[in-house]
Design a protein around this ligand. Structure first.
Ligand code: PLP
Length: 389
């Protein structure tokens, strides 16, 4: 078989397994209503939890900064791409998260590869929850450290592995809010275990930043964990912040280590300064507009209540990520397609994004939804499930 034939065979196999991916073509701004491939939908699959991706203040900040700074950053942070706006965003994020310093990364994926690889190597061990985001798993595998996965949210399973380890440095890595499940890591217990075992704790708060905690500072605020208890706090700016990029917050030594040794930080072009300006504006909205967070919280409760009333069994989540476990990939895809035919966008998440036989509909809520949108979705879902399941 020629190399191309073998690629084509792998694609065919993926289709037969109902695991083939395609890209819906978005023809509008992000929001509760979107236009995709020429048709309007109620959008229940974005990570724009607070509706900031298309917020007037955020857009205005982006436009103003493009006028002042142009588009491209022109270089990496260490050469000549680190602008005043990047710097200001780092300082404001440090104050917001209650950490000494912050370092911006161009994406969350790169941040996770960079952080883990700068902190651990061959003599060390990394301990990851089985359901961690792909970027954390890839970071751990790439580091060359002994890579161990523990059972999801199972502190006892982790404790056993930690005490058996003779590694020089031990790094525990978890999602704060699990991206395909919506549940939170038991961070209070994990932080205590890390201290007891002299291990580091790193949390990826991609789905908590902006939405969890009174101020929206994320899981560290929600669980009241300071820099000593949670020394490596990573989050992204492309989800609730509605912008793009990522950051890590922690001690002076951590941040300087990353500047010196994190290759995905060093060898890449800095984000456009206007993107940093947009993130600064969304940070201001996150801080000042508490009503958005409260509305989202209210809608989450409303959705759960409506689903329960219709006999739809959800996974145990109190966050904006409300997955509905289906199991079979073909069935999850069929339900997602039937929802689309009724004007609802809901992603069918299938392996390898989730473990085998746990395909699911990943329903996400945003502050821009209304109770009526949610009621309509739940009614459609109940009817489709009755037909297809
Ligand atoms: C989205 C996501 C990332 C990747 O962030 P990007 O900025 O999109 O690269 C990392 N971790 C988790 C948990 C995520 O959900």
């Amino acid at each position: 078989m020629s190399p191309l034939d073998s690629l084509a065979a792998a694609l065919t196999q993926r289709k037969q397994q109902h695991l083939y991916r395609s890209r819906p073509l978005l023809e509008s701004a992000q929001g509760a209503r979107v236009c995709v491939d020429g048709k309007n939908y109620h959008n229940f699959c974005s990570n724009d939890y607070l509706g900031l991706a298309n917020h007037p203040q955020v857009i205005a900040a982006f436009q103003q900064a493009a006028n002042d700074y142009g588009v491209g950053s022109g270089g990496s942070h260490l050469v000549c791409g680190h602008s005043r706006l990047h710097h200001q965003l780092e300082e404001e994020l440090a104050a917001f998260t209650g950490r000494d310093r912050v370092l911006l990364f161009s994406t969350g994926y790169m941040a996770n590869l960079g952080i883990i690889n700068a902190l651990v190597g061959k003599q060390d061990a990394v301990f990851e929850d089985k359901l961690n985001h792909a970027s954390l798993l890839d970071g751990g595998l790439l580091s060359g450290a002994k890579f161990q996965r523990f059972l999801h949210n199972d502190v006892a399973s982790l404790a056993k592995k930690l005490s058996a380890s003779t590694a020089t440095r031990k790094l525990i890595v978890v999602d704060g809010v699990f991206s395909m499940d919506g549940d939170c890591a038991p961070l209070t217990e994990l932080a205590a275990l890390a201290q007891q075992q002299n291990a580091w704790l790193m949390v990826d708060d991609a789905h908590g930043f902006g939405v969890l905690g009174e101020q929206g500072a994320g899981c560290a605020e929600h669980f009241q964990l300071d820099q000593q208890q949670l020394p490596i706090l990573m989050a992204t700016l492309g989800k609730a912040a509605g912008s793009f990029g990522a950051f890590v917050a922690g001690s002076e030594v951590l941040i300087e280590t990353l500047i010196q040794f994190a290759r995905p930080y060093i060898y890449t072009t800095a984000l456009p300064p206007a993107v940093a300006a947009a993130s600064l504006a969304s940070l201001a909205v996150i801080r000042d507009d508490r009503a958005r967070r409260q509305k989202l919280q209210h809608l989450i409760g409303h959705f759960k209540q409506q689903a329960q009333a219709q006999g739809i069994a959800l996974m145990p989540s109190d966050t904006a990520i409300q997955p509905l476990l289906i199991g079979d990939s073909a069935k999850a895809l069929a339900i997602s397609q039937a929802l689309a035919a009724q004007g609802f966008m809901v992603g069918a998440i299938r392996p390898p994004t989730v473990p085998n036989n746990t395909a699911r509909l990943r329903i996400t809520l945003t502050a821009d939804h209304s109770e009526q949108h949610i009621n309509d979705l739940v009614v459609a879902l109940a009817q489709i499930m009755a037909e297809l399941c």
